[in-house]
Structure formats: structure tokens, C-alpha cells
Design a protein around this ligand. Structure first.
Ligand code: GAR
Length: 187
């Protein structure tokens, strides 16, 4: 099985990173996590890279050479795919154009609904009957690239912010691996 070198970008907890590392150990899963990038030195998810001896680049987005440094490492590790897994920084147009290979993002709503931040409070405010998550290609517009997969669940009357988030993450841990398999299915 050809396993494409993949870089996962994180900013926080890293449950999607953890899940992708686990999936990537399966023989038939088409990627290998070769690099992790975090724009936060205190991102909890860094622990999963450390535990699995995956190289990590931690770089503050205020650094003048922020994207240049990331780019240098993507080349160094021959990265063929980027997965944004809770990466809370917008990637520049130049970066997307220069990378030229797929960049996927996971978003905690049924896009095109509720792009950007605070998705769960918006879902509750607008009394949605269902919600879920979306994996999509990243393009120059926020949360707007071509959709690869969506996973949906029905909201119950007792659902509040916290358990909506928990239910969504359960969906995310299925959706991201499935989207990656789909991406490489016919390649
Ligand atoms: C995920 O729910 C992901 O959809 C969301 O951040 C969370 C990260 O969780 N991403 C965004 O909101 C991006 N706009 P994790 O750190 O446990 O993987």
C-alpha cells in the first residue's frame, strides 16, 4: 500500500489527530502521518505527536516567517497531503497556491451552514433539527471548498453546547478517515 506522507495541522485538543494516527497504522489506510504542525505551543494535541515519535513543528503565527517555515518543513518531509484538524488559523492564498496538493479541513457543521466560529451556539440559536460535520477541500474562501463528505445526526431537545460538541466529534472521527479514503480511492 502506498502511504502518502501527510501533515496534520492543529491548534488545540488534537482528538482528530489522535484518531488519524490510529487509523494510519492500518495497512490499507492510504496515509502516513509524517509531520504535525501546531501554531500554539500549548496545544494539547502535541502530546499525540510526541507519543508516536512524529516530528512536530511548533510555530507562533506572529512570527514573520510563519508560513515560510511551515513550507520548508512540508518540503523536507515530502508532504503530499495536509489535514487541518482543529487548526484555527486561516491559511493564506499564496500558501494554497504554492502547495498545489490537497489540503483538507474538518468543520463542525453541515456546510454551507454555519461557516467560521461558534458553530454549536449558532445551531442551537437557529433551532436546527440536525447537525454534524463536513470534510472539504480548502480553497481561498473560508469553509467553502468542494465537499468530500458530511455526517449528520439529529439534535434532541436536551442537547446543549457541550454534548452537541461531543456528538459532533464522534462523527468527525468517522468522517475524516472516510474522506481520506475517498480522496485516494481512484488514484
Ligand atoms: C473539531 O471539532 C473541528 O471540527 C474544529 O475544531 C475541533 C478540533 O478538535 N475545527 C474548526 O472549528 C475549524 N473551523 P480536535 O482538536 O479535538 O481535533
Amino acid at each position: 500500500m502506498v502511504k502518502r506522507n501527510t501533515c496534520v495541522f492543529i491548534s488545540g485538543k488534537g482528538s482528530n489527530l489522535r484518531n488519524l494516527i490510529k487509523k494510519s497504522r492500518e495497512y490499507v489506510f492510504p496515509i502516513k502521518i509524517s509531520l504535525v504542525v501546531s501554531n500554539k505551543a500549548n496545544a494539547k494535541g502535541i502530546i499525540y505527536a510526541k507519543r508516536n515519535s512524529i516530528p512536530i513543528v511548533i510555530i507562533n503565527s506572529k512570527n514573520r516567517y510563519f508560513e515560510k517555515k511551515i513550507f520548508y518543513n512540508l518540503k523536507r518531509y515530502n508532504i503530499k497531503l495536509i489535514c487541518l484538524a482543529g487548526y484555527m488559523k486561516i491559511i493564506s492564498k499564496k500558501f494554497i497556491q504554492d502547495f498545489k496538493k490537497p489540503i483538507l479541513n474538518i468543520h463542525p457543521s453541515l456546510l454551507p451552514k454555519y461557516k467560521g466560529l461558534n458553530t454549536f451556539s449558532k445551531v442551537l440559536k437557529y433551532k436546527e433539527k440536525k447537525t454534524g460535520c463536513t470534510v472539504h477541500h480548502v480553497n481561498e474562501k473560508l469553509d467553502s471548498g468542494k465537499i468530500i463528505i458530511k455526517k449528520t445526526f439529529f439534535i434532541s431537545k436536551s442537547d446543549e453546547l457541550e454534548n452537541l460538541q461531543t456528538k459532533t466529534q464522534i462523527m468527525e472521527h468517522k468522517a475524516f478517515p472516510e474522506a481520506i479514503v475517498k480522496l485516494y480511492r481512484y488514484v
